[in-house]
Design a protein around this ligand. Structure first.
Ligand SMILES: [Zn+2]
Ligand SMILES: [Zn+2]
Length: 335
């Protein structure tokens, strides 16, 4: 059994029931299992998925400590957590564990595992001072990012990257919704030489100016027609009515990628909008390989992460601002 630090308790913002405010709790500091790490958290990003968890759009384990964009340092580790050492900075993503034996795990699609664990959803996450994570699912983070800037990379960046990869070699891409994920992926895509067309809520001039400042070649409202025929669209906003809108923005054979874990219902639309071998697909979770590829890319791409930080105690205020679309870039909690 590993030694755990003298400070015997931890603080966490816990969700007891969907729709309720989070509650600050103090607990005994957990000991990591044989292949686990105990981390002292330095920053945890707030993802739209956390909003879906606290609002009850998706249901996992309760009570739960949300948060799956965790940056922390190892303060204790199990004997089997090979390749890690005390004091090392690591990142903990959404994918917390997989079964390793189901058909998806065996077929290199662990993101679709039949018996997974997700950080901040089915195992306690990072809205806390400490967290225990399965070492096999943690990532090293490029040194050039400060802790708060690194946090949004763990989901907004990483799962956003999986969505961008699904757009294949598309050159002209629409982004619907310009929050934490889009602001990171726009910079990577522009650096790759692609053209990004940013669609925001109609009239959100600040978000459109923000998108242009990050290299998007065009920004406008989702009620506007794109200025060119597009190869692909990625929908980051949890708004199902954007699916037919995006289908009408892309050319024949183009793809619409839905990047979020939850969306409002998709309204019916004429088959002719899908006709021409247009494709609609979702993006589910991440694989460890996605993370390795993404962090390698993030190390070399020139990315500026825009963050607004909040003390841990203000998690509910930060969630409300995110719900209202008032955060430019990513919200990050500091314990
Ligand atoms: Zn997320
Ligand atoms: Zn599995």
């Amino acid at each position: 059994m590993p030694d755990i630090p003298k400070q015997a308790t931890m603080r966490a913002m816990q969700l007891d029931r969907a729709g309720m405010p989070l509650r600050m709790v103090e607990r005994a500091l957990p000991a990591p299992g044989p292949v686990e790490l105990l981390l002292e958290i330095s920053a945890c990003g707030i993802c739209r998925t956390d909003l879906h968890v606290v609002d009850g759009d998706i249901s996992g384990k309760l009570p739960i400590v949300p948060g799956h964009e965790i940056v922390g340092r190892i303060v204790a580790l199990g004997d089997g957590a090979s390749g890690f050492e005390l004091g090392q900075r690591v990142g903990v993503p959404w994918l917390g564990h997989t079964c390793g034996v189901c058909r998806y795990c065996r077929e290199d699609a662990e993101n679709l595992c039949d018996d997974p664990q997700f950080t901040g959803f089915t195992r306690d996450g990072g809205f806390a001072s400490h967290v225990v994570a399965d070492a096999r699912y943690c990532f090293a983070i490029p040194g050039k990012f400060a802790d708060a800037e690194a946090a949004p990379l763990l989901c907004a960046g990483l799962i956003g990257y999986r969505a961008l990869r699904m757009a294949g070699d598309a050159q002209k891409i629409a982004f619907y919704g310009f929050g934490a994920a889009a602001h990171i992926l726009a910079q990577i895509a522009v650096w790759q030489g692609r053209e990004i067309y940013a669609f925001t809520s109609p009239g959100d001039d600040a978000a459109q100016a923000f998108a242009r400042s990050l290299g998007c070649c065009w920004a406008g409202g989702s009620d506007q027609a794109p200025p060119a025929e597009l190869d692909a669209a990625i929908i980051f906003a949890p708004v199902g009515s954007l699916v037919p809108v995006a289908l009408r923005a892309i050319h024949k054979g183009g793809k619409v990628i839905c990047a979020g874990i939850h969306m409002s219902d998709i309204p019916t639309f004429p088959y002719k909008d899908l006709w021409g071998e247009r494709l609609v697909r979702s993006v589910a979770n991440l694989t460890r390989r996605d993370g390795e590829e993404f962090f390698e890319l993030a190390a070399s791409a020139p990315i500026e992460i825009a963050v607004r930080t909040f003390p841990l105690e203000q998690a509910d205020e930060a969630l409300s601002l995110l719900r209202g679309g008032a955060i430019q870039g990513a919200a990050v909690l500091l314990p």
